[in-house]
Design a protein around this ligand. Structure first.
Ligand code: UD1
Length: 418
């Protein structure tokens, strides 16, 4: 397994182009089986999660062509409503396929999804939404078996604004008979992107970005050519890196309103931030003051996917930061690794107390999940001396060209291929 060798202490300067959002691309790839016509998605990032999703599409029977910056998915011969354990184990988003496979075949068999090991991650909301649309569901031998005679529009109230459940229900509702209303829907920008993609295919969907989404089922969907939105979590990761190490960087490709909660905190930390269209320019002297409280929330609150990286920054900020993780119960595994570097963190359940220390020192670190792994890299960039970050396959799930982009900003980081 590959590892990074990082020599910390460099300030970061320069520009970084942000990739298309992992969490936008994955549901769009799932949605591509909704039509017989070719779907073209530009800018699919070179990350393992996207590769695994393409692997699932291949298993379903789609033909996939890569043309320079464009991925073409032709589902005209898609024939299999089954997804094997091998692929779902790697990728939790494989569960989004349920909605689109059901639309396509009226039946689906999929094993329980995997992905980051950051908590229980149940899928009860996905399944109860699908049941409302007329799907019969049986769980047997680790597989979810779904079947329907006809998908029928329905009123669905989500107990929690789950991103995945909202997307899955949308994918099952676009060609259902009649109208589906999703209340307490997730409001994440990636949901708006999915709505735009689906309306580009001829679907009638409105309301995404708000808490009520209305879907009027249509008979047919056609092909579409689409560029997904920029990855707000990737942009946030580079901005946190520069805030923590000091320097000045400009990210391009993410609109500031999509990471307003992070920008607000970074300003409180003492960074200067200017924005223009999809550019965010951050300046930091690398000596930050701690903010009192960071609490993860569904959008537009502070994203859980930036909690680990922001906690890494807080380790050397002056003062104490209280972090509350409201979405995923075991998302502090990285804390034990940061402690090896001299961080002062106490975790109790969903809460982490981080007392800022003068400096972190290099250490041998092991990534345990995608964002926790990124947090270790950020801490190593700030630390004095050399660090090793092992188990890079976690980080490769979500960041394309991570070390190249960081090196261009001035970081001393190299990958050792093992
Ligand atoms: C998506 C993102 C992930 C992000 C998360 C929250 C993708 C591919 N992944 O994950 O990066 O961290 O949103 O912003 O887009 N829940 C249930 N029952 C369900 C579904 C969810 O109880 O059926 C709970 C979860 O345990 C969690 C909360 O709802 O506590 C949020 O999960 P959800 O929004 O569904 O996250 P994902 O779609 O899995």
């Amino acid at each position: 397994m590959d590892k990074y060798i990082i020599n910390g202490g460099e300030k970061l300067y320069g520009k970084v182009d942000i990739q298309c959002a992992k969490n936008a691309v994955l549901p769009l790839l799932a949605a591509s089986v909704l039509t017989d016509e070719p779907v073209k998605i530009r800018g699919v990032p070179a990350i393992n999660d996207a590769e695994n999703m393409l692997g699932i599409l291949d298993e379903v029977g789609c033909k996939i062509k890569r043309q320079r910056d464009c991925t073409v998915i032709d589902s005209s011969n898609a024939a299999s409503p089954e997804i094997s354990t091998r692929l779902t184990k790697e990728l939790r988003s494989s569960v989004f396929m349920l909605g689109s496979i059901l639309t396509r075949f009226h039946r689906a068999k999929i094993s329980y999804p995997g992905g980051c090991d950051i908590g229980l991650r149940p899928i009860d909301l996905h399944l109860s939404g699908l049941k409302k649309l007329g799907v019969r569901i049986a769980e047997k031998d680790g597989y979810i078996h779904c079947e329907t005679d006809k998908l029928q529009g329905a009123e669905i109230l989500l107990d929690f604004p789950s991103v995945g459940a909202t997307e899955n229900i949308l994918l099952a509702a676009v060609k259902a008979e009649g109208v589906t209303v999703i209340r307490n829907a997730a409001k994440e920008p990636e949901i708006i992107d999915l709505q735009n993609f689906l309306t580009g295919m001829g679907a009638k969907v409105s309301g995404a970005g708000g808490s009520t989404i209305v879907v009027e089922g249509v008979k047919r969907l056609h092909g579409v050519e689409y560029t997904p939105i920029g990855d707000r979590i990737e942009a946030g990761t580079y901005l946190i890196a520069a805030a923590s190490c000091g320097g000045e960087i400009e990210t391009k490709g993410v609109f500031p309103e999509n990471i307003a909660a992070l920008l607000h905190k970074l300003r409180e930390n003492g960074c200067k931030i200017h924005t223009k269209n999809d550019k965010i320019i951050l300046t930091s002297n690398g000596r930050l003051k701690a903010v009192d409280l960071v609490e993860t929330m569904p959008f537009p609150g502070f994203p859980t996917d930036l909690q680990a990286q922001y906690s890494a920054l807080s380790c050397t900020a002056t003062g104490t930061t209280l972090v509350v993780e409201n979405l995923f119960e075991t998302r502090y595994r990285y804390a034990a690794e940061l402690k090896r570097m001299g961080a002062d963190i106490t975790v109790r359940g969903r809460v982490a107390f981080i007392r800022g220390v003068e400096r972190l020192h290099g250490a041998f670190l092991t990534a345990g999940d995608l964002r926790g792994g990124a947090a270790l890299v950020l801490a190593a960039l700030k630390a004095e001396g050399e660090s090793t970050v092992a188990n890079l396959y976690h980080i490769d799930r979500g960041y394309a060209d991570f070390e190249d982009k960081l090196r261009k900003l001035g970081a001393k980081i190299r990958r050792i291929r093992v």
